[in-house]
Every structure is written in structure tokens, then in C-alpha cells.
Write a protein that binds this ligand. Structure first.
Ligand SMILES: *Cc1c(COP(=O)(O)O)cnc(C)c1O
Length: 235
């Protein structure tokens, strides 16, 4: 049988993850690959599923609503994009993790909607480590206070931190960003806040996931490196 582009790409990504782990003495089992399938047709997700992928990343609520019912029940979806408060209700009980919480107001809405549905919603706090003006996310110094505020919520569980690093041609340029997010998560963990854990560090995309793993990523979000370039003209 012919090997698909997705199969070839996925093998390379998995090899790179293993090598990155080996290079710093980490266990590859501690790194979860989230296949970022935004804009891609359901056939591509099914192909990745066939090859063992179980976790998909999307950045639009509508796409999650459309794709989730078309996938096998053990496929899970992560919301990785900016989330509007009026759309929380559509996904709060359907996604396994929301990566992009960056305000108390958004966390409050998640708490309300999760309470209505009687679920506990797992979230990450998104940190704009590089303080890029065009990006969402908390400033580093805002992160711990927000974690403390959310720790009192009974339907929201903070599970770690996420960052979207700048687009760079050389991934080495982002190493400092990743190590800063890691350090921030260690600092917050050391405060032993009730109901908060810092087990997840979601950082690294197609261009820089190897570097991110070397700096401690436990989730990497790889899109074009698996599914090929996105064509926004079609979507
Ligand atoms: C699109 C996207 C990715 C994946 O980007 P690639 O460069 O295609 O790997 C990862 N994280 C977020 C938040 C994204 O929006």
C-alpha cells in the first residue's frame, strides 16, 4: 500500500520527539503529541487516527462542533485557540483540555458553564512569554495570581501552562521563551496552591517542537508538520 503524506510526516515527527527526548534524558512517554488539524478535512483526521493519533487540536469552536461527532469516540479534542466567552457553552463538556485561558472573566464563564453541565473542565493558562503585542496570553507576572483566583472554582481545574512562541526561522531563538515558561511553572508549583497542578507544559509547534521538548514541553502542538501547509483560501 502507498504510504500517505500524513503517514510519512507523522513517522518523522514521532522520530524527532523520541530523539529530542533522548537528547536530554527524558522519557518519550512523557510527551503528548497534539495533532493540530485546524482547517483540515475530516479525512485527514481519520487518517491520523488510523495511524494512532488520538488527540487533535483545533482553534475554532465551530470546527470542533463539526468534527467531533464524525470521529471515533476515543478521539479527543483540545481547544488551542482564543476562546470567546459566548462560545464556551458549546465546548465546555466536549473538549479534553482548553489551552488558551488568559483572563479571570473567561475562567468565570467556564466555571459557570461547566457547573451547568456538571463537569470539571481542565484548562491551561496561556502565557505570552515574549510579550508580543499581537498575541493573546497573560504576562508572566499575572499568571500566578490568576491561578490562585481560579483555584477556588469547583468546576475548573488548572493543569499547567501554554505558550505560543514567536515565529522564528531558527528554533534556537525560542529556547529562552520555553525555558522561561518552564521556570514559571516550577515557581507556581512550588507555591503548592490547592486544586492547581502544573503537570502540563504545552509549548512547541512545527518549527520548534524539538527545542520545546528539550526545555520541558509535555505537550507539543504540531499542525503543518503532520498535515502539510494550511490553505486558508479554502476555509
Ligand atoms: C496552528 C497552531 C499550532 C500548529 O502550528 P504549526 O506551525 O502548523 O505546527 C499550534 N498551536 C496553536 C495555538 C496554533 O494556533
Amino acid at each position: 500500500m502507498m504510504i500517505s503524506m500524513i503517514e510519512e510526516n507523522l513517522s518523522a515527527v514521532r522520530r524527532n520527539i523520541e530523539e529530542a527526548c533522548r537528547s536530554v534524558g527524558r522519557d518519550p512517554a512523557d510527551v503528548t503529541l497534539v495533532a493540530v488539524s485546524k482547517t483540515k478535512p475530516i479525512e485527514d483526521l481519520r487518517e491520523a487516527y488510523r495511524l494512532g493519533v488520538r488527540t487533535f487540536g483545533e482553534n475554532k469552536v465551530q470546527e470542533i462542533q463539526d468534527k467531533l461527532p464524525l470521529m471515533p469516540a476515543d478521539a479527543s479534542f483540545h481547544m488551542i485557540g482564543h476562546l470567546q466567552r459566548n462560545k464556551v457553552k458549546y465546548i465546555v463538556d466536549r473538549v479534553a483540555l482548553i489551552h488558551s485561558v488568559d483572563s479571570l472573566r473567561l475562567a468565570e464563564t467556564i466555571e459557570e458553564e461547566a457547573a451547568k453541565k456538571d463537569v470539571i473542565c481542565r484548562i491551561l493558562l496561556e502565557v505570552n512569554v515574549a510579550e508580543e503585542e499581537t498575541k493573546f496570553g497573560l504576562k508572566a507576572e499575572e499568571t500566578c495570581p490568576l491561578a490562585e483566583a481560579i483555584s477556588h472554582f469547583s468546576h475548573v481545574k488548572v493543569c499547567g501552562l501554554m505558550t505560543v512562541a514567536p515565529e522564528v526561522s531558527d528554533p534556537e531563538e525560542n529556547r529562552k521563551i520555553f525555558s522561561k515558561l518552564k521556570k514559571l511553572s516550577v515557581d507556581i508549583r512550588e507555591k503548592n496552591i490547592d486544586n492547581i497542578n502544573m503537570n502540563i507544559l504545552s509549548m512547541g509547534m512545527t518549527g520548534d517542537y524539538i527545542t520545546a521538548i528539550q526545555e520541558g514541553a509535555t505537550i507539543v502542538r504540531v499542525g503543518s508538520g503532520i498535515f502539510g501547509a494550511r490553505d486558508y483560501a479554502l476555509s
